[in-house]
Design a binder for this molecule. Structure first.
Ligand code: GUN
Length: 282
């Protein structure tokens, strides 16, 4: 059996079209357009590519992209001052500080300074707490996109066994919270987990988010399981996910490709979070 390919590009295009409609309606009723501020510090080439595509997608959705590019030697105080000015700016509905920041910068201090009600990345501890306790708030874009893709295969996830491989604050932990909220039974595994293949084999839903190329092998996948591959690893062989796609796609029921899976959904969810913020702020 060959797995159904979950087409992240198509699902993201759908969501982006719905956001663009929402933006047009918001513009009519509020008399302004939603604004997303993106802060890029330094010259990291991957970050520069992400920021450029976020800016383009923001404009395509009819929103304003407010871009701040700062030199690599920017200090923490300068960044904090910029974040505070964006917090106070009524034209800014969402603030995204592209990570990773250069080493000397105090990343935690910068993320803490962002107004939780403009934190469209969902990285502020207040939003992590809201997610963990079922209160409305911003959910990190990548796990949010993963749940949307999962729901194209399983509209009701109730009672399913899910394994999340990876425990990062940005993906693994919020992913587990979202799956718990969907009434899945969730195992959070990671690089130090004992007998990882057995944990993965027990799962109906596998989320791979550890950043190790092709870690999850085809014979770890339960036949018919749904596999979401969050990994974007640059290797000599090109862009590779955390799942051995060639083998896993022969066993899984449905699987996301890399590229063209989770990646496009992350940006679409960022736009969706920014529109939500504008609606809440009016
Ligand atoms: N770096 C890699 N992914 C992300 C993301 O989703 N948000 C931010 N702010 N930085 C990132």
């Amino acid at each position: 059996m060959t797995a159904t390919i979950i087409d992240g590009k198509a699902i993201a295009a759908d969501l982006r079209a719905r956001v663009a409609e929402g933006v047009a309606a918001f513009r009519q009723s509020a008399g302004r357009v939603p604004g997303l501020a993106v802060v890029l510090v330094g010259e990291d080439p991957a970050s520069a590519v992400y920021v450029r595509s976020k800016g383009r997608a923001t404009r395509e959705a009819g929103m304003e992209s407010i871009e701040h590019r700062l030199p690599a030697d920017t200090d923490t105080e300068t960044l904090l001052a910029l974040v505070r000015s964006l917090n106070a700016d009524p034209a800014v509905d969402g603030i995204l500080v592209q990570l990773p920041l250069p080493k000397p910068v105090d990343t935690q201090a910068v993320l803490l300074a962002i107004d939780p009600d403009k934190d469209v990345d969902g990285f502020h501890p207040v939003n992590a707490g809201r997610l963990a306790t079922g209160m409305p708030g911003f959910v990190p874009c990548t796990p949010l996109g993963c749940v949307m893709m999962l729901k194209t295969v399983h509209p009701d996830l109730t009672g399913m066994d899910a394994v999340v491989v990876g425990r990062s604050n940005i993906v693994g932990k919020p992913m587990a919270q979202l799956l718990i909220a969907e009434s899945c039974t969730v195992t959070v595994a990671h690089s130090r987990t004992r007998d990882l293949p057995a944990k993965v084999r027990a799962a109906d839903v596998v989320i791979a988010a550890v950043g190790i190329p092709a870690l999850v092998k085809g014979d770890w996948i339960r036949p018919g399981a749904t596999v979401i591959d969050v990994g974007i690893n640059r290797t000599e062989a090109g862009l590779v996910g955390d799942v051995d796609y060639a083998a896993a796609s022969q066993v899984a029921g449905a699987i996301t490709p890399v590229p063209g899976g989770v990646g496009p959904m992350t940006i679409a969810c960022l736009l969706s979070n920014t529109l939500d913020s504008a609606r809440r702020r009016g």
